[in-house]
Design a protein around this ligand. Structure first.
Ligand code: SAH
Length: 262
């Protein structure tokens, strides 16, 4: 892709940096009025190239937020803004880009899926993030949910059991500039003791029951959302209040199973 990184204007010299090459042209004063508009056009070409696909996706994101999220009762403005901002199409395989904002989960390879936008928004809203939290996610997958969390919390720790997915998501999130997300390849059943306790924990694969280690690593007053079950699964909201653990069933869901590493 053509990147124009600078323009040098001197009395009779117009120079344009294109990538690594400095193109210099010497013109007589009378040609300058033609040259300046020409330079402006050349400068705008990369802007066009970069933004070409975006208006289309922006519109799809706006529609997604309006109909799938607000339309179904998601109210937290910060969650809605994060869903408007994060470019979901960058987290799905190329062949699914055009379906990235549809009302369904999508395959992300290795038999795994990125959750439906509504489920991502609902689980995130249930965590009631205000901005200062340390959050643990189990099941990095594509990295999309982690990116949404990173818009809303101070730091996100995310664990993925499949190395290919962990590596891919880590590189993608770094490339997108998320410096407050740490991705680890490992078994989520163990949590991440080094950074515990967490103000919020979100599990995006379904264990048979809530893993004890993760309850232990939840901070006092913290919230956890987790889909629990096998054939029949329900999304649970768990709140920790000292030694008291409050469980609330939110709705039936369908997630990929949480795998045991041993
Ligand atoms: N949150 C993801 C979707 C995850 S799909 C996203 O936004 O794209 C569930 C993921 O959980 C899969 O990638 C699967 O490999 C992972 N997973 C399953 N069992 C796990 C475990 N024990 N520990 C960590 N990750 C696990």
């Amino acid at each position: 892709m053509y990147i124009i990184s600078g323009i040098i204007l001197k009395k009779r010299v117009v120079g344009i940096m294109t990538g690594k090459n400095l193109v210099v042209a010497i013109f007589k004063d009378r040609i300058m009025p033609t040259i300046i508009p020409l330079c402006l056009i050349i400068l705008l070409i990369p802007v066009y190239i970069y933004s070409e696909e975006e208006p289309y996706f922006i519109k799809m994101r706006q529609d997604m937020v309006k109909t799938q999220l607000e339309g179904r009762g998601i109210k937290d403005r910060r969650v809605l803004d994060a869903m408007l901002k994060v470019q979901r199409h960058k987290f799905v395989p190329a062949e699914y880009k055009m379906l990235a904002y549809s009302d369904s989960p999508l395959p992300i390879g290795k038999g795994q899926t990125i959750s439906q936008p509504y489920i991502v928004a609902l689980m995130t809203e249930l965590l009631q993030l205000k901005g200062a939290e340390s959050v643990l996610e189990i099941g990095t997958g594509s990295g999309y949910q982690a990116a949404i969390l990173a818009e809303l919390a101070r730091r996100v720790y995310t664990i993925e059991i499949l190395p290919e997915l962990a590596n891919h998501a880590g590189a993608l999130l770094r490339g997108l500039g998320y410096e407050n997300i740490i991705v680890k390849c490992g078994d989520g059943y163990l949590g991440w003791q080094e950074y515990a306790p967490f103000d919020a924990i979100i599990i995006t694969c379904a264990p048979r029951d809530v893993p004890d280690r993760l309850i232990e690593q939840l901070a006092n007053g913290g919230r956890m959302v987790v889909p629990v079950g096998e054939l029949y699964q329900e999304l649970l909201l768990i709140e920790k209040d000292g030694s008291k653990i409050k469980r609330r069933s939110i709705l039936p869901v369908r997630f990929v199973p949480m795998i045991h590493s041993h």
